[in-house]
Design a protein. Structure first.
Length: 373
């Protein structure tokens, strides 16, 4: 039987419903990858439990994930801008557009995480809320008349060429998304390992392309939230976007191969490899942060009488810090006292001052070295 040629310029309205029509669970190469990825992911979860403050990675690893995920969409900002933006007194009006996009991604990720803590179910409303927060809009799925197409980027060979046209039609997006949500949540009907489900669902979400824009970022947030919803991650801090951006061509090629040739195996192997290597990188980052925290605490307590475990945790919760954060912890509000305290930290090279107009930020160079290494 002759294989039908896939037409990239026509809406992919015959996108198959989930589950895939292939027995991916019996593939020995996929199973080997699945074991390695599952083991690495479990180690991340164990490491997260070693953290003194469960949420201290919001402004470190989660921020790195947000930055890299937006870079995949060719939205850029600098580390310096980001670190200033998350400090407690920085004004939103001072932020560049790229920084605002990264912070919206992070806020959407953590809003979804908080919601799932009470309702461990990913539904259509949650997906729409994530998208709306990323794009600062109130719209839902794209309407049937929207002529949405995926084109090659300006830096690619044959820029502007249509490489994929997602499904389009009255009620079609809603029907496909209902199937996707059911696949994610109904483990009795679809009894498949959750890591494999994540790989399959990520393809399906990108193929449906349910929104006018922001699908890539929404899909990558869903990956982390799904792993959290299934108890595979206690926090959504896996730095998966770094692997994707380093292997961007492979990512899009294998994504397209599922659409054009029903080639599921290479795609799933790619996503499992991304999970494994990302887990190893995340573990390395957590270990380095914890080790540096211990070293800094021991050193600082030998030099500064007022230094404490709580202050140490605060200066490792974000790369740039303001004196007021330290003041709240030590119970001091006097400007003179706070100035003395931060001067102690500068004197012993625990923090470094950096002036930006009238603002002075105090930078933890040890933490930045780990995050950007």
């Amino acid at each position: 039987m002759e294989r039908q040629i896939f037409d990239r310029q026509k809406p992919h309205n015959d996108l198959p419903l989930l589950p895939p029509d292939k027995d991916i669970e019996s593939n020995p190469f996929i199973l080997k990858r699945l074991v390695s990825a599952s083991r690495a992911l479990a180690t991340v979860n164990g490491n997260l439990n070693r953290l003194p403050n469960p949420l201290m990675l919001i402004n470190t690893l989660a921020l790195q994930e947000a930055k890299t995920s937006t870079e995949i969409e060719n939205i850029f900002t600098t580390e310096d801008e980001l670190y200033k933006a998350i400090s407690d007194t920085y004004k939103e009006a001072n932020l560049n557009p790229g920084t605002k996009e990264v912070l919206k991604y992070r806020e959407a990720l953590w809003a979804g995480y908080k919601e799932l803590k009470t309702n461990r179910k990913i539904d259509s409303d949650l997906i729409k809320r994530i998208f709306n927060q990323i794009k600062e809009t109130t719209t839902g799925y794209r309407p049937p008349q929207a002529q949405v197409v995926i084109k090659r980027g300006e830096s690619e060979f044959r820029p502007g060429e249509i490489i994929y046209t997602p499904p389009r039609g009255e009620g079609l997006i809603e029907s496909l998304m209902d199937n996707l949500v059911d696949y994610l949540n109904n483990d009795e009907k679809y009894p498949i390992d959750p890591l494999l489900k994540m790989c399959v669902a990520h393809y399906q979400f990108e193929a449906i392309h349910p929104f006018q824009d922001g699908n890539g970022r929404t899909g990558r947030i869903l990956n982390l939230l799904y792993l959290f919803s299934k108890g595979l991650l206690s926090q959504p801090v896996l730095y998966m976007s770094k692997f994707i951006i380093l292997n961007k061509e492979d990512y899009y090629f294998k994504l397209g191969a599922v659409t054009q040739r029903n080639s599921w195996e290479p795609w799933i192997e790619f996503m499992l490899e991304a999970t494994e290597k990302t887990s190893l990188l995340t573990n390395s980052r957590i270990n380095e942060i914890l080790s540096q925290m211990d070293s800094t605490l021991e050193y600082a307590k030998g030099k500064i009488k007022w230094y404490s475990k709580e202050v140490n945790e605060a200066i490792f919760s974000q790369p740039y810090i303001k004196p007021g954060v330290i003041g709240k912890i030590v119970g001091k509000t006097s400007r003179t006292t706070l100035t003395k305290y931060v001067n102690d930290l500068v004197k012993y090279k625990i923090l470094r001052p950096s002036k930006d107009g009238v603002e002075v930020f105090y930078i933890n160079d040890d933490l930045i070295r780990i995050l950007e290494g």
